[in-house]
Design a protein around this ligand. Structure first.
Ligand code: ADP
Ligand code: MG
Length: 700
């Protein structure tokens, strides 16, 4: 390695202008410790100083401008904290005002009346007249020395107070580039890829993203860096896929008595074409000698649970046990109920294991699993605790995967001598591009057909002022013998405030539906599991007309007699969540309704969401829209978990790059799985360095 080899690990304190205090603050505020961190702190925008604008060209939507002309009429106004300086700037096409609230002395001393200046800043439109507050003002000669695009970095209030503002940040990056040479940023992509995809060299890209010569160079730099980022990710996924496919798996050679008896005697309906297709895919996976890792996507009510049940029967027919893991206690119980109803008639022993199963009961389940007398267990993440030992676990079904960490899924692997087959089910339809990333290591099946005879749910958006009418409608439905959900959003970060607003809502519901006429059950996150279960059971058994709930009922709950879903403050929910909630109704033979109650002055975007809900019932359409409107971090809750922490690339917008990367990565992994070729040496190093931060690598 040359002497530039590890210069990037130098602490930023070595840079001109960064003393110990600033270094400390950079670390605290932006996690910038080394040169490398600084290098990776990309500008979030650029001031285009490549072109001088005329005053007459300024429009209400104009942002930053570079102007050239004269400054006149500098004068001071106001007293004390309200003190400020104003001036008029003009060129041959018109004039605008300049305003300063700070550094007044500097301004008065340095700006000459009728002097010729180049002025740069953000235009504000104040009552129809334009002005620039705190413009950069330079004599024309000096301005010419820094043409091009000027980078703007994210900073923080505390850093700004220390003299590192969004704009002056560029000085730091500038100092950094004066210390390093291109060798400090060595190429990691193989030459063949650079050529095939026309990528800029790595060192050039890093330089250009900070100090672009022009718009085109900036685009090319971005493209290159996005490419690199997505490629590393796809390499990690490709590696993982490779490990999976070589992972030996259990053979389910037989379709035996359990499966056949269930299919011929117990199944109360015909399978849909989509269910049959997915079952065939699972069957194919489990008859090779490799471990299955399959994701089944299907809209709510598409019949995933039946598919899961039949997959578990395949395991039993071949002498294995099966488990089904759900994200919540409520869901686990509901699965337990429906699966045992389906399977106990054919003599299969199903058990439940959740956090509330304790003492003797728990012991009995643990023993039954260890000696093999329990064939199927359904539960929450209690199933992956170390104390749970299986006699011979052959398949693990994971419902609503995105609620679990990927690592939790991996822990299931260690529950037998070989990793059991894994079937992940999700009711959140995931657009293909995102599935490629979040579940890149899984094969994907889609149940894209609903069982026959379902009446489409009618979705209606009503502003708050129609509340009385809406409540009247609910009463009519209840009078017909139906049940109703009323759901409140989780609004605040604080559980306490949410709880209080739910209670206020509950009181209101009681005033519309007096207690002597209506039975109301309530479930929320603050209840202990037993109380929640008791309330839920009342609703499931038809003993309550109304279920008041927070979003704990979001997933999976199945009460066919419930025909109305009323969502309060619907504007506060994301599209996918609204769709999930709506999926709770429409499960019986009756016409079902989803009513979205909102405030009357909702934003344009909220109105659009309501409109999309009212016009579409296709989960995939809604998921795509949701992703478009909110971005993947919010939609899939992946932001905090860091799964999709991307620097430059955008999972939604950069689909094409992602496809390129995926192809390129599979090609490399196929031809040189261990990256032993000299052309791949730098890439191997880069992947190793990235491994520490990657969520995919933690799995295996
Ligand atoms: P999901 O888990 O995909 O939300 P479920 O498996 O819970 O869907 O099925 C929803 C409802 O539809 C259940 O009451 C189930 O019994 C029923 N169902 C599933 N498959 C079929 C089918 N092929 N024909 C008729 N009803 C079905
Ligand atoms: Mg389900």
């Amino acid at each position: 390695m040359n002497n530039q080899g590890d210069i990037l690990s130098t602490p930023v304190g070595y840079l001109k202008g960064v003393g110990p205090q600033r270094a400390e603050l950079l670390k605290k505020e932006l996690e910038i410790v080394t040169y490398e961190d600084l290098l990776n702190h990309f500008p979030f925008r650029y001031y285009d100083k490549t072109r001088i604008t005329k005053v007459a060209e300024i429009r209400p939507d104009t942002e930053y401008v570079l102007l050239s002309g004269k400054i006149v009429n500098l004068f001071e106004e106001g007293q004390g904290r309200k003190r400020r300086l104003s001036a008029t700037f003009y060129d041959e096409t018109g004039s605008i005002s300049l305003v300063w609230f700070q550094n007044l002395n500097w301004v008065t001393k340095n700006i000459e009346d009728y002097g010729q200046y180049v002025v740069f800043g953000k235009v504000t439109d104040f009552n129809g007249s334009y002005s620039i507050t705190h413009p950069e003002v330079e004599p024309p000669s000096a301005a010419g020395t820094a043409p091009g695009m000027q980078p703007v970095y994210s900073s923080t209030a505390r850093l700004t107070a220390m003299g590192i503002s969004n704009r002056s940040f560029a000085k730091l990056t500038h100092a950094l580039f004066s210390k390093i040479t291109p060798q400090a940023i060595p190429e990691i992509l193989p030459a063949s890829i650079l050529q095939e995809y026309q990528l800029m060299p790595r060192a050039t890209a890093y330089h250009q993203i900070h100090f672009p010569a022009d718009e085109l160079q900036l685009q090319r730099a971005r493209f290159r860096l996005k490419w690199e980022e997505l490629f590393i990710m796809q390499m990690q996924i490709a590696n993982l896929r490779l490990q999976h496919t070589v992972q030996p798996g259990f053979l389910f050679t037989k379709v035996g008595e359990y499966f056949n008896r269930f299919y011929n005697e117990s199944l109360p309906f015909d399978l849909t074409g989509a269910q049959k297709r997915v079952l065939r895919e699972i069957r194919t996976d489990t008859t090779t000698e490799l471990q299955m890792n399959r994701l089944v996507q299907g809209d709510v009510g598409s019949g995933k649970t039946v598919v899961a049940t039949m997959s578990m029967l395949l395991a039993l027919d071949n002498g294995f046990q099966a488990c089904l893991m759900a994200p919540t206690e409520i869901l686990a119980r509901q699965h337990y109920q429906s699966v045992s109803e389906l399977l106990e008639p054919i003599g299969i022993k199903v058990a439940i294991l959740t956090g509330t199963v304790k003492g003797k009961d728990r012991k009995a389940v643990l023993n039954g699993l260890a000696d093999g007398s329990i064939q199927i267990v359904i539960g929450t993440h209690a199933l992956i605790e170390d104390s749970v030992r299986f006699h011979n676990l052959g398949i693990a079904v994971v419902d609503e995967q995105h609620k679990f960490g990927v690592g939790q899924r991996a822990r299931l692997w260690s529950k037998n001598t070989r990793a059991p087959h894994i079937l992940v089910m999700t009711a959140t339809p995931i657009p293909r591009t995102l599935a490629m990333t979040l579940y890149g290591d899984l094969e994907v099946s889609v149940i894209d057909e609903l069982p026959p005879g379902r009446k489409p749910i009618k979705t209606i958006h009503r502003p708050d002022r129609y509340r009385a009418q809406v409540m009247g409608f609910l009463k009519e439905e209840i009078a017909k013998g139906r049940q109703v959900y009323i759901v409140y959003p989780l609004i605040e970060e604080s559980e306490k405030i949410d709880y209080e607003s739910l209670m206020a809502g509950y009181e209101q519901v009681k005033s519309w539906f007096p207690e002597h006429l209506y039975k109301i059950a309530m479930v929320h996150g603050r209840q202990d599991p037993e109380e929640r279960k008791r309330n839920m059971d009342r609703f499931v058994k038809g003993q309550a007309h109304i279920l008041v709930a927070t979003t704990v009922i979001e997933v999976g709950v199945n009460v066919p007699n419930a025909s109305v879903m009323l969502i309060e403050s619907a504007e506060r929910f994301g599209l996918s969540q609204l769709h999930q909630l709506r999926g709770r109704v429409g499960r019986g033979a009756d016409q079902s309704f989803c009513i979205l109650l909102t405030g009357s002055g909702i934003s344009k975007e909220s109105a659009e969401r309501m409109q999309i809900m009212a016009s579409s019932s296709d989960g995939f359409v809604i998921a795509e829209k949701d992703l478009e409107m909110r971005g993947p971090g919010d939609v899939y809750g992946t932001r905090q978990s860091g799964v999709l922490k991307l620097k430059v690339a955008d999972i939604v917008k950069d689909v094409q790059i992602m496809e390129q990367c995926r192809n390129a990565a599979s090609l490399i992994v196929r031809n040189d799985p261990k990256l032993l070729l000299p052309a791949h040496a730098a890439l191997r190093e880069a992947l190793r360095a990235a491994a520490g931060q990657s969520h995919w690598n933690k799995i295996s």
